[in-house]
Design a protein around this ligand. Structure first.
Ligand code: AMP
Length: 419
């Protein structure tokens, strides 16, 4: 075969059945869980003024290195969204919905990353945000929404890790302690982490690079810097999770990438995947972000779950098979008229999955195609059947012989057969 002239760009994939079917089913499970929990779906644009994302923090990789940005024909500097929390905060500031505002979303994000399995330049996330309340029970509810979603997909090996980043003052004191600690050990850090240290010592904790691990393991932990209010909120979240029987580990070194997080922070790791790529989702509080985007000083909390990566976790655990998409009925119509497509339409309107081969093909060729179609039953009409006002039903799988039925009884006969 000739080489294709074009291929999909690096870091992108052509999603095809059955994965497209499985992803759609996954999103619909999430939509159902979110709707039950009182969240409304919000769909912001895929691109925004670059400022919306720059406000996420200058020390964040998604902003400094990975943003797809360009000048549009009107001279605006636009960026493709690398995530949707900032967009939802922008929506909140612009639309001013009632608080607490509970919103969920689904869609593609774009990051210019070094691509590999489970890490793409275009990937889908589902997520949820609550803006306008600092109530720690909302943190618990939100974590539960994600946990119940994974549970409903059938995933059993997803580990929930939680931590508290404290309030800004706690975090500032902790950041200083980390700066001192990492500076003392700077020679043992990787070059990338040395650079990160200069920008934001907290983010060094995020490094998954092997040589950094030993240094990170002995770093000071935030727990020792929490204010009494932040500590009480964290206790409340833990009590809530216990009351819901949602297992979790406290992970004192969980700091997550984005700069605007405070208090509760959490991450879900699929233990069936390689450690480097096993984060299937995460989130946390971002009490300063809305104000930072020019809005009122409203607190917020949210999470984003990677759809592509969650699907990999489902593969690894052998759950979440594709919903049935094979045709149930295959129409073989070798008549001169349009009887065949009329029957296709009639049976589809009953809710069945129905297809047929091209009318120009011979009866024999159409039967061959029917046998390969994966359908449960074929409905055959030729000129003879048509003249008698009948159609033939031929089971393609399992037991039973071909038999004729009057055309008026076709719907019932097909439905009975499929039961
Ligand atoms: P983040 O928005 O970075 O907090 O990521 C939330 C989740 O999105 C992660 O846990 C991943 O499952 C997923 N994710 C983030 N970046 C990528 C990517 N480049 N490719 C695929 N999934 C990603």
């Amino acid at each position: 075969m000739a080489q294709p002239l074009f291929r999909s760009p690096p870091g992108t994939r052509d999603l095809m059945p059955p994965d497209t079917d499985r992803m759609r089913a996954m999103v619909s499970v999430f939509a159902d869980e979110a709707t039950k929990a009182g969240f409304g779906q919000v769909t912001p644009p895929m691109f925004e003024d670059i400022g919306v994302f720059v406000r996420l923090g200058e020390a964040t990789d998604v902003v400094t290195k990975e943003l797809y940005s360009f000048e549009d024909k009107g001279g605006r500097t636009i960026a493709l969204r690398p995530e949707q929390t900032a967009s939802l905060c922008r929506v909140f500031v612009e639309q001013r919905p009632l608080t607490p505002w509970k919103a969920w979303y689904y869609g593609a994000n774009f990051r210019y990353e070094a691509s590999q399995k489970g890490r793409y330049r275009q990937f889908d996330q589902v997520g949820a945000e609550v803006i306008g309340s600092a109530d720690p029970d909302l943190d618990t509810e939100l974590i539960a929404l994600a946990a119940r979603f994974y549970e409903r997909l059938g995933l059993r090996n997803v580990r929930l890790m939680v931590n508290s980043l404290g309030d800004p003052a706690d975090r500032a004191a902790y950041t200083e302690a980390l700066r001192n600690y990492f500076t003392d050990n700077v020679a043992d850090l990787t070059e990338q982490s040395q650079e990160t240290l200069a920008r934001n010592p907290l983010r060094v904790m995020d490094s998954k690079r092997e040589p950094d691990q030993a240094i990170i393991a002995s770093a000071p932990t935030l727990a020792d810097f929490l204010s009494s209010e932040a500590a009480a909120a964290f206790d409340r979240v833990q009590a809530g999770l216990k009351a819901m029987n949602i297992p979790f580990d406290i992970e004192p070194r969980l700091v997550r990438g984005l700069d605007y997080y405070n208090r509760t922070t959490f991450e879900f790791a699929a233990e069936s995947l390689d450690a480097a790529q096993n984060a299937v989702g995460g989130g946390g509080r971002y009490d300063g972000l809305v104000a930072n985007l020019g809005g009122p000083d409203e607190p917020g909390i949210g999470f984003a779950l990677g759809v592509d990566r969650t699907l990999l976790a489902c593969d690894a655990e052998g759950v979440m098979g594709a919903p049935a998409t094979n045709p149930q009925v295959w129409i073989v119509a070798a008549t001169a008229g349009v009887e065949g497509i009329a029957i296709v339409d009639q049976l589809r309107r009953l809710g069945l999955r129905v297809d047929k081969a091209e009318s120009s093909k011979s009866m024999k060729a159409q039967m061959k195609r029917a046998n390969k179609s994966g359908a449960d039953v074929a409905v055959i009409i030729g000129e003879d059947e048509l003249a008698r006002g009948e159609a033939s039903i031929k089971p393609l799988r399992g037991q039973g012989d071909q038999h004729s039925v009057p055309i008026e009884q076709l719907e019932t006969a097909v439905q009975e057969y499929l039961e």
